[in-house]
Ligand binder design. Structure first.
Ligand SMILES: *Cc1c(COP(=O)(O)O)cnc(C)c1O
Length: 380
């Protein structure tokens, strides 16, 4: 199988120092004793799983988290030690892989606990896992009503250590949100009861970035870990969490001007002519498009930065090209000139949240897409 290499014109640069700085800023918000699991699923939200995980471990992150067992195995092969949570759990066939690499899947179904216990015994090892409870996300996990019963039965299985209870907030990042508060209360009372029954569950976790930037009220039972993803990369879980912590955008995406051209008043630009030049206009043709992970929904919405100045996107984003308006640029940018589509240029910055807003999506999807499609370089 072969794949065509990504365009040499386009580059994702990941600033690992920004991730370190974000971790420190987030730690400052955490209650004493609450550890950080750095979430590096989806290739670290497009930032590169191995370099990011390595950096987070160097910075003292107490654990890491991925979505899939394969991602955890990749981290182990790269020499990463310490706890690794696996959010999507496992299929019974993946249990031996999880045991071999010492991964800690989130499980909410009896059969999966049984499969992990069996694989642990077969390997002569102790497996670790978390009991996933659905407190309101309607995604994965046992119901709160059945949680304690499943906990008792799973904890009695040979070769298995349940390190914590886990749940996930559906509406986090919004200060004072009632749904998050209700979920937190359900989770806390289950954790308190489980601990009263003698289960330590020291690695329990509820909050992601949203729960840290806007902690739900009424969560008296402190879990052991918080699971931080987007905020480590400088993105926000919700617009309402802007400004709570001084976060830095870790990803920068740059391209080049493939051409600079003048079009006459009235000329339609790009597919469907969704933009027409109101007057004679200088356009720059940027050598990136939706095949490079740039969102097509940003058509006629987004801006790019050239020489530290904003240039609006005109017409539809194409597969390999974007037209931008160079009105007001003096001197006129030349073909080959750097274009910043995400990140800083001079005094200005386009954040992943801003680009996400222009495209009707979220920072998470922006960095995943750009990171997956392009050459990537890491700066320490
Ligand atoms: C992705 C994910 C996180 C991290 O969420 P952020 O909003 O990126 O901080 C935490 N927990 C679970 C279960 C997740 O799936």
């Amino acid at each position: 199988m072969s794949r065509v290499a990504p365009s040499p014109d386009n580059l994702v640069t990941v600033d690992l120092a920004a991730i370190s700085s974000n971790l420190a800023a987030l730690r400052a918000l955490l209650p004493e004793g609450l550890g950080v699991a750095g979430v590096v699923k989806a290739d670290a939200y497009g930032h590169g799983i191995v370099p990011v995980a390595g950096r987070l471990k160097t910075e003292g992150a107490e654990a890491l988290a991925v979505a899939l067992p394969n991602e955890g195995a990749l981290l182990r092969r790269a020499g990463i030690q310490g706890p690794i949570m696996v959010f999507m759990g496992l299929t019974p066939e993946q249990a031996p892989l999880a045991v071999a690499h010492g991964l800690s899947p989130f499980l909410g179904v009896w059969d999966d606990f049984a499969a992990l216990s069996q694989a642990a015994q077969a390997a002569g090892k102790q497996a670790t896992c978390h009991l996933k409870i659905d407190t309101g996300m309607s995604r994965l996990g046992v119901t709160p009503e059945e949680a304690l019963d499943l906990l008792e039965r799973a904890a009695a299985l040979p070769g298995l250590k349940i390190e914590g209870l886990a749940s996930h907030l559906a509406t986090s990042g919004v200060p004072g949100d009632a749904t998050a508060q209700k979920q937190a209360q359900v989770f806390s009372s289950l954790l308190a009861e489980a601990r009263r029954r003698g289960h330590a569950l020291a690695g329990s976790s509820l909050e992601a970035s949203g729960g840290v930037l806007a902690p739900p009220a009424g969560a008296p039972e402190p879990p052991g870990l918080t699971r931080l993803g987007i905020s480590l990369y400088g993105g926000l879980p919700a617009p309402q969490s802007l400004g709570i912590a001084p976060l830095r955008t870790a990803m920068r995406f740059t391209s080049r001007l493939a051409a600079v051209r003048r079009v006459p008043a009235g000329a339609g630009v790009s597919y469907g002519h969704t933009w027409k030049a109101p007057r004679d206009t200088w356009l720059g043709v940027v050598a990136a498009g939706y095949s490079d992970g740039y969102p097509r929904h940003a058509s006629n919405q987004a801006q790019v930065l050239i020489q530290g100045k904003p240039a609006p996107v005109r017409g539809r984003v194409c597969m390999n090209a974007i037209m931008v308006d160079l009105t007001g640029f003096d001197p006129l940018p030349q073909p080959g000139e750097e274009v910043v589509l995400l990140g800083r240029s001079g005094e200005r910055e386009i954040t992943a949240d801003q680009l996400g807003e222009w495209a009707g999506t979220i920072s998470y999807e922006i960095t995943c897409s750009l990171g997956a499609a392009n050459r990537r370089r890491h700066r320490s």
